[in-house]
Design a protein around this ligand. Structure first.
Ligand SMILES: [Zn+2]
Length: 304
């Protein structure tokens, strides 16, 4: 195997196939948007034979990924020697565990059949650090065509979740109910009313960072008075965390206004470090924070 076997040269030709993959997705979406998925792929061999595949549902409810469909279709028609083939796909091959996927990851499949070149429309940014992806046996090149790249990203974004979304969905993990119960039983409040300082301190024991207060008005009728602390949260690396999960500062403030202040039409006007005199009705309790941080740690609530 020479290094040149991993290189990809005629990208115009591959871009044309990528464009064909995109139109296949759109055509199939019009036919049956539940059965067909948002990724298409094809296998190109040395004799310029091309076999396409589109992600689709299986009878058992799992989904067969486009790369697997294309590779299976190719094998059916031309046999199982795929070593010198290229896989062209709208989204870089998956490498992580997925319950809903039919069969092994596409990265493992491509390793197995001995394909060394993958040309993709969009690289899934979340998979760059996964072990399987780092140890793959093929080279992935993305298209340089900005329009194709944007189209493929748009298609992928219909089902890919951002890292923050994934984390927030799992936050604060499987011990959520135990944490809330402990807080309510100990201080008579949950993590969004009187328990927010204790909860923020528990987060700080794990993640470091700084406990900050959202400053503003609980109701529009008191807006003329001095703004006060409305909620405590943890600030780490420019992002905010509370029991609702991790968000950018702007999004965090918007979310808090919508969930906690909307009815009272209050407003948050800033963020600053929490003072001892802030939120005087919210107790501080190091022991309770330590207990909650233990539960959070074993709760597989990860933020990085
Ligand atoms: Zn896949």
């Amino acid at each position: 195997m020479k290094i040149s076997d991993f290189r990809i040269h005629s990208t115009d030709k591959l871009d044309a196939m990528l464009a064909e993959c995109v139109s296949l997705i759109l055509e199939h979406q019009q036919q049956d948007s539940k059965h067909w998925g948002m990724v298409a792929a094809c296998v190109l061999d040395m004799d310029n034979r091309v076999v396409y595949g589109v992600n689709h549902a299986m009878p058992d409810g799992t989904r067969k990924h486009a790369e697997r469909v294309a590779i299976d279709n190719y094998r059916e028609q031309y046999g199982s020697n795929l070593e010198h083939c290229i896989v062209i796909t709208t989204l870089s091959p998956c490498s992580e565990d997925m319950d809903e996927r039919h069969g092994d990851s596409c990265t493992n499949l491509i390793n197995e059949v001995g394909i060394h070149k993958v040309y993709c429309g969009y690289k899934d940014p979340s998979q760059q650090h996964s072990d399987a992806y780092l140890h793959k046996h093929f080279h992935v090149k993305s298209t340089r065509n900005p329009k194709l790249n944007e189209l493929c990203k748009k298609l992928a974004d219909t089902f890919l979740k951002s890292d923050d979304e994934q984390l927030t969905e799992n936050f604060p993990g499987k011990n959520k109910n135990n944490i809330y119960t402990l807080l309510v039983n100990s201080v008579g409040a949950g993590p969004f009313d009187g328990g927010c300082v204790i909860f923020a301190r528990a987060l700080q024991m794990i993640y470091g960072g700084e406990i900050v207060a959202l400053i503003g008005y609980a109701q529009s009728s008191v807006a003329s008075k001095n703004p006060t602390a409305q909620h405590a949260a943890l600030l780490v690396d420019g992002r905010m965390i509370d029991a609702d999960g991790i968000k950018s500062q702007d999004e965090f403030v918007r979310n808090f206004e919508n969930n906690e202040l909307k009815h009272a039409s209050g407003k948050i006007i800033g963020i600053r470090p929490l003072h001892n005199s802030d939120l005087s009705e919210a107790p501080r309790d190091e022991q309770l924070s330590a207990k909650i941080s233990k539960l959070l740690k074993s709760s597989s609530a990860k933020i990085s």
